[in-house]
Structures are given as C-alpha cells and as structure tokens.
Design a protein around this ligand. Structure first.
Ligand code: ADE
Length: 229
C-alpha cells in the first residue's frame, strides 16, 4: 500500500513517519508513506496556497489549483482507493474505518489548514472525509498521522506479532484487558495467579471477562455493538 500525504507543512510529519513500526512497515515494503509539499504545486512566485474567502469573514481558504495539480499528478502515476480529506466535519474515525482502509489499496490524505479547502476540491476529488474527534486542530497533519498509524499497523507483517493487532482495544468493540510483565510481584502487588498458571484456555477466559468488565465500566456505549448482550 502507498499512502501519499499532501500538506503545507510536510516537515511536521517527517520525523513521525521516520520512526517506530511505521518505519519498519515501510522498510519491509508493506506500506510506503510519501509526503508532498503543496507549495511545490503552486504557480505563483510567492508559492501562495491560500486566499481570502469569497463573501468575507475571518480566515483564509486553501486554493483549489495547487491541490488539484498535486492530486492529478499522483493519479497519473497510480490508482487510489480513496482520496481522504482530514476535516473536523468529516465522519468520525474509528477502528472499523482503520480496518477497512488497511485492506484496500493506495490512499491520499489531504491535510486542511486555515478555514479549510475550497469546496470545489471536496466536490471534485475527495472520496472520503474524516475527523479524528469533536475538536479542532490547527491543521489536518496530526489527524492524517493518527489515521495512517492506525491503518499501517493493521497491514499483515507490519507488527512483529501478527496476532497482536487482533487483540487490540476496539477490534471487537471491547476494550483490551489489563496486561502484566515481569516481575510477578512488584512492590507487594502480585500478578493475577491465572496468568501464571500456564492454562491457555483459562487465561483467554479471564482476559475476555476482564475486557467485558473494563468496557462496562469505561465505555458502556460500546457493549451494545459487541453482539454479546
Ligand atoms: N483538522 C482540524 N481538526 C481536525 C479533526 N478533528 N479531525 C481531522 N482533521 C482536522
């Protein structure tokens, strides 16, 4: 899978994508992330990417032309499954969306800034609009990084232990159970005996019960979606 991210501040994301599992995923050839500076697609000397809003009002609007040029350039080189615009008025991102985007092909993320992009870009090019939550960030970069991270780690082979993504919180609308590592006793607090028993079926049963308890306590809204109740 290839993920292209279009931004006015691509440098902001360079270090993020150059580290950790995202780097490993890229090195292993599972997912390639390519950052694009929108200013490279401008036609003016000042490399202008925004202008005043027609009709007045505070805040600048991102110009359609450089975005159209950048997207068309990318589309001329390969096919894309989705062209995603990161915006607080998009559909809220969740694990299901991450799952489905991780199964598909190439993606473009367009990061908005200022008052957002000219509506014609949304109408002409964008196939999906995503928000990462009901709050407004100063730009779509962090939001695109959040989505790309959640998607890339689901691609088989990116995580060391391939099964570990399947047991994440939210994967089945249940929160993950508590986890422990050595020592078996820390400052007088012991790891639950069952985890030391070596009895896999009982451990799985305990984890499942703990997941349900945690979800009931913290996210009761999810329980209805589990199909268990
Ligand atoms: N851009 C600004 N705020 C955002 C949000 N909450 N989600 C996605 N993109 C954004």
């Amino acid at each position: 899978m290839r993920i292209d991210i279009i931004s006015v501040v691509p440098k902001l994301m360079e270090s993020f994508f150059g580290h950790s599992i995202l780097k490993r995923g890229q090195e292993a050839g599972h997912a390639e992330v390519v950052l694009h500076d929108l200013r490279d697609y401008t036609t003016t000397k000042s490399r202008q990417v925004d202008d005043y809003a027609f009709g007045g009002g505070a805040g600048m609007v991102m110009l359609a032309e450089p975005i159209a040029k950048c997207i068309r350039h990318l589309q001329s080189e390969r096919e894309y499954d989705e062209i995603i615009y990161m915006t607080p008025d998009g559909e809220t991102f969740n694990q299901q969306t991450a799952n489905s985007l991780s199964l598909g092909g190439n993606l473009i993320f367009l990061c908005g800034h200022y008052k957002g992009v000219d509506q014609r870009v949304r109408d002409m090019f964008i196939t999906k609009e995503i928000s990462i939550g009901d709050y407004v960030l100063s730009g779509g970069e962090l939001a695109a990084a959040v989505c790309a991270d959640a998607i890339i780690r689901l691609i088989p082979g990116v995580l060391n232990d391939e099964t570990s993504a399947l047991t994440d919180s939210f994967q089945d609308n249940l929160l993950a159970p508590p986890v422990y590592t050595r020592p078996a006793e820390f400052e007088g607090v012991k790891v639950p005996d069952i985890l030391l028993s070596g009895h896999e079926a009982k451990v799985n049963e305990w984890r499942f019960e703990q997941s349900i308890e945690r979800t009931k306590a913290r996210r009761p809204d999810l329980l209805g979606k589990t199909g268990l109740f």
